[in-house]
Design a protein around this ligand. Structure first.
Ligand code: FAD
Length: 437
């Protein structure tokens, strides 16, 4: 009987297990997971609602939704398993999805429902799940893999692996070492984002030990920390804005939506969307900045016209009062400060040059980025195992026969909106199916 060992019980690993067990009911499929349960990160996704996938998560939209050194790889994967395949797959598990625009969620809006249907299917298919088991090494010995693990168990509780694990356990306080053997191994350890859920970069170590190379890994979909924060005093403000990532002065990516100003920098979905470019810029020691446009719905000319109009019949107001109908109260002093206009200045004292300066700052204040908020706060990591070393049809390693690599471990990251889970489901599915052929 063929044994398929899956390392990591996250979104990608679970779907890989289901695909393998469904395609070959004779195969013995098992998951090794270092957490006390599988799928912990799934429960945290989409603020507990799990944004499963996105209508744009298809091959033709890859350029605008995914990043990585070899974007053609992502195209090929999504051509085989895109948004509709994900919905079909979850429908086959009994999950009813609902769309919010392009974003797909479980109808119950509970991430726990997604995990539950996955767990029920694993049970139905007889997939063995070993939790509290950390994989320490994977070695290919002729035709089979030798997987060495450490099992953690609570005081007084017998290790869960006995007697299933091959080899002899060695008792060491609360740890037990075991060896598993498998004909195929699917590496699904995730990246480095949100290590509290178990994705602590372990997978990169294992992939490298098997001969793979790893493109630089940085936090993505994460908050940005400002150097000499120009809006620190406006902390707590949420405002519609456009943000553009500038790396060495060059605009590399923009997004628009609700930006949150925090004591340390900026946050919000549009900030998350541009964060991977700035994280890469910082890694490469390049000047990393964000251009904030607080009136993205107006052109520069229109903003100037608006300010002139607002000044026209209100000459007796102060500059602060002049802007009161446009911006959040806490933001006004910050914009005027940048334009070097005192808040108490009478509107009648503002000449055209000064109004132009205020208009310019409304449309663009540059924030210098000191850092991101790190992997602890990131939703995903960018970079990872180089996809040119992997078959885009099967996810099989081109370095080691019988080894498959999936999910966030790979050098492909998506924008916010269901694209990263889609990547995990798609790569997991393709690998699981191929591993039992
Ligand atoms: C807060 C948050 C919200 C998110 N929301 C969304 C969303 O709504 N939509 C979306 O598309 N994406 C979202 N994401 C991103 C998405 O969850 C991930 O990209 C996706 O879960 C990655 O799946 P994965 O299986 O590759 O890795 P992971 O889910 O990280 O799973 C890897 C698993 O491997 C285990 N593991 C690692 N090393 C070992 C080892 N040596 N031995 C044994 N086990 C090991 C880990 O414990 C972990 O369980 C969110 C992420 C976060 C952090």
């Amino acid at each position: 009987m063929r044994r398929v060992g899956i390392i990591g019980g996250g979104a990608a690993g679970i779907v890989a297990a289901i695909a393998a067990a469904r395609n070959d009911r004779q195969a013995e499929v098992f998951i090794l997971e270092q957490n006390e349960r599988i799928g912990r990160k799934i429960l945290a996704t989409g603020n507990g609602r799990c944004n499963l996938t996105n209508r744009q998560a298809v091959s033709s939209c890859v350029e605008s939704c995914y990043r990585g050194e070899d974007i053609g790889f992502a195209k090929s994967v999504l051509a085989q398993f895109g948004y509709e395949d994900t919905l079909r797959f979850f429908s086959s598990l009994g999950l009813v999805a609902r769309m919010r625009g392009d974003y797909a969620y479980p109808r119950s809006e509970q991430a726990s429902a997604v995990l539950e249907v996955l767990e029920l299917e694993l049970k139905r298919l007889g997939v063995k799940i070993y939790c509290r088991v950390k994989v320490e090494s994977v070695v290919k010995e002729q035709t089979r893999f030798c997987i060495r693990v450490t099992e953690r168990f609570q005081d007084g509780k017998q290790g869960a692996l006995i007697p299933e694990a091959r080899g002899h356990g060695q008792r060491n306080e609360k740890m037990m070492k075991h060896t598993f053997r498998a004909d195929r191994v699917i590496l699904a350890c995730g990246g480095m984002a949100a290590p509290v859920f178990g994705s602590d970069g372990n997978g990169f170590r294992l992939a490298k030990s098997l001969g793979h190379s790893v493109a630089s890994v940085v936090p993505s979909l994460v908050q940005l920390r400002a150097k000499n924060h120009p809006f620190g005093k406006a902390s707590g403000v949420r405002t519609e804005a456009a943000v553009t990532a500038l790396v060495d002065g060059e605009a590399v990516f923009s997004d628009r939506g609700e930006v949150q100003i925090t004591a340390y920098g900026i946050s919000g979905i549009p900030v998350f969307q541009i964060s991977r470019f700035l994280a890469m810029g910082l890694l490469e020691k390049k000047r990393s900045e964000v251009l904030l446009d607080f009136l993205p719905e107006y052109s520069k000319k229109e903003v100037f016209g608006l300010l002139v109009k607002l000044a026209g019949n209100r000459k007796n107001l102060t500059a602060e009062e002049w802007l009161a109908g446009i911006f959040n109260r806490k933001l006004i002093p910050r914009i005027l400060e940048q334009a070097k206009v005192r808040m108490q200045t009478q509107v009648s004292d503002l000449d055209e040059r000064k109004i132009r300066e205020v208009a310019k700052k409304c449309k663009g204040i540059v924030l210098s980025v000191q850092d991101t908020n790190g992997f602890e706060n990131a939703q995903v990591s960018a970079g990872g195992v180089r996809t040119r070393e992997i078959s885009p049809q099967t996810m099989e390693s081109l370095c080691v026969d019988g080894l498959y690599l999936v999910g966030e471990l790979l050098d492909v990251d998506g924008i916010c909106g269901g694209f990263n889970l889609q990547w995990a489901w798609a790569t997991g599915y393709l690998a699981g199916k191929a591993a039992v052929l």
